[in-house]
Design a protein around this ligand. Structure first.
Ligand SMILES: [Zn+2]
Length: 78
């Protein structure tokens, strides 16, 4: 349903591979909207993964999480 509406392409980058249907408002925040077409968007695998990680970070911004993120960033070449 959502994929058809979005033209079988990722709404972020227009990619057409590894398409997944994403919940704009996470299901845990809005369970009543989990089957609402307005709350669904088509994303490719990489874009979906990036969004999910961002949400996870936003939800748990405890000191442990920040320390962990800094550690991850410091070990990355960029
Ligand atoms: Zn994409």
């Amino acid at each position: 349903m959502a994929k058809r509406r979005d033209g079988f392409a990722c709404v972020k980058c227009g990619g057409k591979h590894r398409l997944e249907v994403d919940h704009i408002a996470p299901v845990r925040d809005a369970p009543e909207r989990s089957f609402d077409l307005e709350n669904l968007q088509t994303l490719c695998g990489p874009c979906h993964g990036a969004k999910t990680r961002k949400e996870a970070n936003l939800c748990e911004v405890g000191p442990e999480r920040i320390k962990w993120r800094e550690l991850l960033q410091s070990t990355r070449p960029n």
